[in-house]
Ligand binder design. Structure first.
Ligand code: PMP
Length: 344
């Protein structure tokens, strides 16, 4: 496909400011301190790291650990430089100029950007008016549009709504198109569609270490699918895509998941506290199964909070302003609530 620069016109690239001070609640990271044992392990590892050699081109140790974790063969797993990279490779592998890609709307901005860059056309099926998934509308969208590729974001970024595995299965079985279930925030929902991969060859589940597992800076994501789909991605994936640091840190995390259970549990319980507090302040807050909230208000929330060095993400949808607020530590959330109590 010829790359056409003008394709990018009007596309708002994701350019979050690099924030080093204040409270960062704009990119759905896990803001709890990382486990001390992880710091200790990496410090020790740095002493013996083989940085003068190329890393394992296939991230084999990491893929094998992930495969053990999900009880699938190791050739059913591929790792990417963030799941963003795998989204792009899947679109590169599947799309021909003008092909259709179906996704919920609003959803993760990279679906539109990567579809565009790869010559496809993104068709959004709107969520219901309460920003929950509208499964019948989604199924109808698939029937009508006959897309080549379908994104399901579960839970959905930026709204936090989620589908059950039964609903996802209904979607996967309604089509022969490739279905990508993006579970970047799946740990906050506490469920995964990976068991469905054993039944359906047109399904890939993408996950990331960037959110629940605190490794956004290391850039590690992975996909789980039956071997032919993984082989298709591996044909596109350049050698050595994950550096040695990324492979090592992600391997430690997947083999020490219990170290992250307290922060994940804290975020889930803070989610309910924050929803209640924001509703009491008169804001409209939608149900969320992720580590962020989708908030509707005529107030300039971002401006009010930025003055106090609390950063959230302002997002428009259908001509209306919305805000996406990541759920921080209990202390960060209390500071946010107190600023709003005072200013809003
Ligand atoms: N999917 C969704 C829904 C996301 O929100 C993000 C990050 N914002 C990603 C995928 C990509 O995550 P990463 O590239 O850090 O793995």
């Amino acid at each position: 496909m010829p790359f056409m620069k003008q394709n990018l016109a009007g596309l708002e690239a994701y350019k979050a400011p690099y924030i080093t001070t204040g409270i960062k609640l704009d990119a759905n990271e896990n803001t709890h301190p990382i486990p001390q044992a992880l710091r200790d392990h990496m410090r020790e590892w740095v002493d013996s790291m083989l940085i003068s050699l190329y890393p394992d081109t296939n991230s084999i140790a990491l893929c094998e650990a992930l495969a053990r974790n999900y009880e699938v063969p190791s050739d059913w797993v591929v790792c990417g430089v963030g799941s963003d990279q795998l989204i792009d490779y899947l679109l590169r592998a599947v799309l021909k100029e003008g092909d259709k890609v179906l996704a919920p709307g609003p959803s993760f901005s990279m679906y539109r950007q990567s579809t565009f860059i790869n010559g496809g056309q993104l068709i959004e099926v709107p969520l219901a008016s309460d920003f929950s998934y509208d499964v019948p509308a989604f199924l109808e969208g698939i029937r009508k549009e006959q897309p080549q590729l379908i994104f399901i974001c579960n839970p959905n970024n930026p709204t936090g709504c989620a589908l059950t595995n039964e609903e996802m299965e209904r979607i996967v079985t309604s089509t022969s198109a490739l279905v990508i279930i993006d579970e970047a925030y799946g740990e906050f929902l506490g469920e995964t569609a990976i068991p469905l991969v054993k039944k359906y060859s047109n399904l890939i589940v993408l996950k990331t270490f960037s959110k629940a597992y605190s490794l956004a800076g290391a850039r590690v994501g992975y996909g789980v699918a039956q071997a032919p789909l993984i082989t298709m991605i591996n044909k596109i994936r350049p050698p050595f895509n994950l550096n040695i640091f990324a492979q090592e840190v992600a391997l430690w995390v997947i083999t020490h998941q219990e170290a992250f259970a307290p922060s994940i549990a804290a975020i889930v319980s803070e989610r309910e506290r924050l929803i209640k507090a924001l509703k009491e302040l008169g804001l409209t807050v939608y149900n969320s199964k992720a580590n962020f909230l989708w908030v509707e208000t005529p107030l300039a929330l971002d401006e009010i909070l930025t003055k106090e060095e609390i950063f959230i993400k302002k997002m428009g949808y259908n001509g209306k302003p919305y805000f996406r607020i990541s759920i921080g530590t209990p202390k960060e959330n209390t500071l946010l609530i107190n600023v709003l109590k005072k200013e809003a």
